[in-house]
Design a protein around this ligand. Structure first.
Ligand code: DX5
Ligand code: ZN
Length: 216
């Protein structure tokens, strides 16, 4: 089975989004990763639903939406309206994570919980069976182009062990500083899906770069 690749639109050329989406449509990318930031949960603001509502009209790939906002439960309907397949909410942003996960599923999306680099895997103990995916941050969220945190590889291996031990089929996705070198280590440790922003969009040939990541 080849690695699931989810290019992050954060690193795309925003003046030419239609062209960028067209490139992704023609590529072997599995999903498109959408990073929504509020300037409160993370120290940056990206784009909002006015943009994602337009994107959904032209993309032919499933959307993997990553909310880096406080109280993500307020926007479940908006994310569902984008036609997103996955809705990723941060563990650190939800007081009632179990309820949010149920609501995401009720709205027809696949729930995923995201952990910041400092957050231990032990917080997943109770919620893991309810999730379709865990998104491990391998940089501190908020910006593209940051340096990969090496200890993420071992964190992936420990999460994989937790999932296998409990006989679950939860996917593991990793986000931040992914390139061919870090991606290879992550896949060997048990990652199913890789998010890649700057590595894909800054490449001379993004289509070939996506293909190379898929072969890891
Ligand atoms: C960071 C975002 C990432 C970001 C990754 O907060 O969640 O999805 O776009 O960018 P790269 O791949 O450049 O580290
Ligand atoms: Zn992301």
């Amino acid at each position: 089975m080849s690695t699931i690749v989810a290019p992050s639109l954060l690193a795309a050329d925003f003046l030419n989004l239609e062209k960028e989406i067209d490139m992704l449509n023609r590529s072997k990318a599995d999903w498109i990763h959408l990073d929504i930031m509020d300037g409160v949960f993370v120290p940056n603001i990206s784009f909002g639903f006015a943009v994602t509502d337009l994107l959904k009209k032209i993309t032919r790939k499933p959307l993997d939406t990553h909310l880096m906002i406080v109280q993500p439960e307020k926007f479940i309907d908006e994310v569902a309206a984008t036609g997103s397949t996955f809705m990723n909410v941060h563990y650190e942003a939800c007081s009632h994570l179990h309820r949010v996960v149920q609501q995401i599923r009720e709205r027809g999306m696949r729930p995923a919980v995201t952990l910041n680099p400092h957050t231990p895997l032990s917080v997943l103990e109770e919620i893991l069976p309810e999730l379709d995916m865990v998104l491990l941050m391998s940089v501190n969220p908020g910006f593209g182009g940051q340096q990969f945190i090496e200890s993420s590889v071992e964190k992936v291996a420990r999460l994989k062990e937790m999932i296998v031990r409990r006989n679950l089929s939860t996917l593991i996705e990793v986000d931040g500083g992914v390139n061919l070198e870090t991606g290879k280590k992550l896949v060997e440790a048990g990652a199913d899906a890789l998010v890649a922003g700057s590595y894909v969009f800054n490449a001379d040939d993004p289509i070939r770069t996506i293909q190379a990541l898929k072969m890891l």
